[in-house]
Design a protein around this ligand. Structure first.
Ligand SMILES: Nc1ncnc2c1ncn2[C@@H]1O[C@H](COP(=O)(O)OP(=O)(O)OP(=O)(O)O)[C@@H](O)[C@H]1O
Ligand SMILES: [Mg+2]
Length: 372
């Protein structure tokens, strides 16, 4: 079996490092504060949070992980969120009764599937879901929690709340959670610029609602150790310079390190024992070839000026508004560049970190470098 894994939450032996980050999450939340995690796409936020949840549960917290991505309406939020809360309850029958008594406007039910597994479902008593129902569901964890049974709620892809009756939901959630005494919240999401605006913009409901934490790439030293040990499980060797080359080709982004390593392993599994620079380079090219159609379409979707900017970003993403950069890449006025970059950030093609811009997908960058 391939010793590398990507595209899902990684756990157990697939997961490495993040000890300090995990400790900080645990201590912030158990210290009674809310926290928001920032990191570019595919840096390992969700996996890290699952790791922290394991630790928090050992400390006696009831942790509820809730992903906002599939939520498409207030109703769907109410259904999915109550299911997630219900799933953590021990006595199912009495939990249904409690939920029924605590939330106005719903009729919760326990049904059993063919093999006898219980499932929580509900009807709404009215066609239009009242604000009160939403308020009650947001307060449900607080009602179920207590001094010696505290709750931690993890809201992943939290920026998606913007699509759910926007400000109103956001304000309501904020006002409710700040009154709760036995529940703390951890927020995260993959669309950093939206999340950033929610928590750092004075005009927004969640301004100052949580402590901020930034997650960086995984440290090189640990990644090299990890690569060595994972490849060695199949009797393959990778030395330090080749590991460093692999990390660089993957943009030092955890997801792409696993993707490229998995490809290298697959390529080598039946024949070779030593990972070489050539093999890593060949596999990186192969990934670009496999994704060529998608990259081609993605590139084609950008305006002419955005294409020009993308090609410039392949070479450098630093000081993009400087006179030097403008001259070097023959760019237009700063305002035009700003607007084009904003569009690229909004569609997650590029990311902005510490004032610098980079292409989110290192293999798209490699694809673009064919044009540069
Ligand atoms: N600590 C880690 N150890 C090993 N691999 C990791 C680690 N963190 C992340 N990865 C790799 O990165 C991939 C993406 O991780 P995860 O889904 O946790 O990131 P994310 O930041 O939540 O991504 P997104 O921005 O898409 O929500 C994983 O499938 C795995 O391949
Ligand atoms: Mg995630």
């Amino acid at each position: 079996m391939n010793p590398f894994s990507y595209g899902t939450i990684v756990k157990g032996p697939y997961f490495y490092d993040r000890h300090e980050e995990c400790k900080r999450i645990v201590s912030t939340l158990s210290g009674g504060n809310n926290l928001v995690l920032f990191a570019p796409r595919r840096f390992g936020k969700t996996s890290l949070v699952f790791r922290a949840i394991e630790e928090l549960e050992k400390l006696g917290y009831t942790c509820i992980y809730f992903d906002f991505m599939p939520v498409y309406s207030r109703e769907s939020f109410i259904v999915s969120y109550s299911k997630a809360i219900f799933a953590k309850q021990k006595n199912l029958q009495s939990a249904v009764k409690r939920i029924a008594s605590l939330i106005k406007g719903i009729r919760p039910k326990l049904v059993f599937d063919q093999v006898g597994n219980p499932e929580f479902t509900m009807d709404f008593t009215d066609d239009k879901v009242a604000d009160k129902t939403l308020e009650d569901i947001i307060d449900l964890p607080e009602k179920l929690a207590s001094e010696n049974k505290p709750y931690i709620i993890v809201f992943d892809e939290f920026q998606e709340i913007n699509n759910l009756n926007g400000e109103n939901f956001e304000k309501l959630l904020r006002s409710k959670i700040q009154q709760q005494e036995h529940v703390n919240y951890l927020f995260l999401g993959s669309r950093t610029h939206l999340l950033n605006d929610m928590f750092n913009n004075k005009g927004r409901a969640f301004y100052n609602a949580a402590m901020l934490m930034q997650i960086e790439s995984l440290p090189e030293k640990e990644t090299i150790e990890y690569l060595k040990s994972r490849f060695s499980l199949s009797g393959m060797k990778i030395d330090q310079p080749v590991s460093l080359y692999l990390i660089e080709q993957a943009g030092n982004i955890p997801y792409y390190i696993q993707l490229l390593s998995a490809e290298v392993w697959q390529y080598m599994v039946s024949s070779q024992q030593v990972v070489t620079l050539e093999v890593v380079g060949f596999c990186a090219e192969k990934i670009v070839d496999l994704k060529n159609d998608y990259y081609f379409e993605l590139y084609g979707r950008q305006s002419a000026y955005q294409k020009k900017l993308l090609i410039s970003l392949v070479i450098s993403g630093e000081n993009v508004f400087s006179a030097d950069y403008t001259r070097r890449f023959r760019l237009s006025a700063t305002s035009t560049t700003q607007k084009a970059l904003l569009g690229l950030v909004e569609s997650s093609v590029i990311e902005k970190v510490n004032g610098n811009y980079f292409i989110s997908d290192p293999f798209f960058k490699r694809f673009l470098s064919r044009y540069a």
